[in-house]
Design a protein around this ligand. Structure first.
Ligand SMILES: *Cc1c(COP(=O)(O)O)cnc(C)c1O
Length: 392
């Protein structure tokens, strides 16, 4: 093998089944948009986009136009929502039939110009409302000037109205309810302006698993709209952690998700060499670990340049021969060392699991996140591009 032995395996069957499970959970009136931004959360767009389309997804969601173009090449028939368009990209959006999320005048200017230049008569867009996150979106109280831009002569067509929930992973629904109220204010204005968008586009994995689809589709129903919910993390098999959590009155959907969602990604490396060191041996940069007894050590081909957080040195264990082997000393750029003293038989070439199952043990992206002081989204997305993703 010409590459370093550090790779990711993507279980496409689990990915497809996760999508199917989430669709049944969402109830028949609710459609799902599969979020495949950031190279499918590090799982690789090339593998994941066609897989989720096979599983029945009609909509894909990406952040950038670059990703949108790649998704279009992979999935010629899909609807592709570009959540974060930037300046100068409208020609490509129109050319590749991507659906832009819009909220600012320059986006209307650019998209109209691109549609006219390409002689495209109707370009569907989703209007984002800032219902409380202050990230992107129009103010719900002052939509009139933007709505006027969908006048008869414009090639832009208001297909969807969208917002992003910033606290769907809080069992206390106060923030979400306030956001939905602001959305209702916006929908009233849109209705009074005589417009009838088809789709209400709200909610992430946490919203879906916490059962918010009911509230969202009720809101959509009051305005004659369909509902589109946008799960990401759950598709990749992780159940978001709720904080504060639900304690005893957890929604049934969350319990079902724990049973039916299965992680898609396994991250592996191999033992490159094994050695014994005496008491007093210093391990890794700056000697942060000193052997207090004779140890057996295995050198493994993974480092922080692969995305293994440097903070995990001396604070985490990986799996080899189905057992937990502590990372000793600092994580280096391309290599790390694990303590295999208590694990008999470890040899050069043995597989080491960073994320995934081996024997009866498992390590999740949540485990990495906790040790690194971050969230699983970041753990997944910073597994380096040089680590090959292999569909299994
Ligand atoms: C990333 C993202 C999602 C998906 O969020 P998850 O928590 O991973 O389900 C949904 N909507 C928007 C706008 C996003 O940026």
């Amino acid at each position: 093998m010409l590459t370093r032995p550090c790779w990711v395996e993507i279980n496409t069957r689990n990915f497809e089944q996760n999508y199917s499970f989430l669709s049944t959970l969402a109830s028949p009136q609710v459609e799902l948009l599969a979020v495949v931004k950031a190279n499918a959360y590090g799982h690789e767009l090339k593998i994941c986009a066609p897989a989720v389309v096979r599983a029945g997804a009609r909509w894909l969601g990406v952040t950038s136009v670059e990703e949108g173009i790649e998704a279009r090449r992979l999935c010629p028939e899909s609807r592709i929502l570009v959540i974060g368009m930037a300046q100068g990209q409208s020609n490509e959006i129109v050319r590749h039939q991507l659906t832009a999320v819009v909220w600012d005048n320059w986006q209307f200017d650019e998209l109209e110009a691109a549609a006219r230049a390409q002689d495209v008569r109707s370009v569907p867009v989703h209007l984002e409302i800032d219902t409380g996150m202050s990230r992107q979106g129009a103010e719900p109280g002052s939509l009139a000037p933007l709505l006027e831009r969908f006048h008869r002569g414009s090639p832009l067509r208001l297909e969807g109205v969208m917002t992003h929930l910033f606290a769907a992973d809080e069992a206390d629904e106060q923030n979400t309810n306030a956001q939905l109220e602001r959305m209702e204010t916006a929908l009233k204005q849109i209705q009074s302006a005589g417009m009838q968008p088809e789709t209400l586009n709200i909610g992430n994995s946490a919203a879906l698993l916490a059962g918010q689809a009911i509230k969202i589709s009720a809101l959509a129903g009051r305005y004659g709209m369909n509902t589109l919910i946008r799960p990401g993390l759950a598709l990749y098999g992780l159940v978001p952690q709720f904080d504060p959590d639900f304690s005893s009155d957890e929604p049934a959907s969350l319990g079902q998700a724990r049973i039916h969602l299965h992680p898609v990604l396994t991250w592996k490396t191999r033992v490159v060499s094994v050695k014994s060191v005496p008491t007093g041996a210093v391990i890794g940069y700056n000697g942060t670990f000193v052997a207090t007894e004779p140890l057996r050590l295995a050198l493994i081909a993974v480092g922080y340049a692969d995305g293994l957080d440097r903070r995990l040195g001396n604070h985490f264990s990986l799996l080899v021969r189905g057992r937990r082997a502590p990372l000793v000393g600092r994580v280096s750029m391309d290599q790390s060392v694990i303590d295999i003293t208590d694990i008999p038989g470890v040899a050069t070439g043995d597989e080491v699991v960073l994320i995934g199952q081996q024997g009866g043990e498992a390590i999740s992206a949540f485990d990495h996140a906790k040790a690194a002081g971050t969230i699983p989204w970041e753990i997944f997305t910073r597994i380096a591009a040089r680590v090959p993703r292999i569909a299994t």
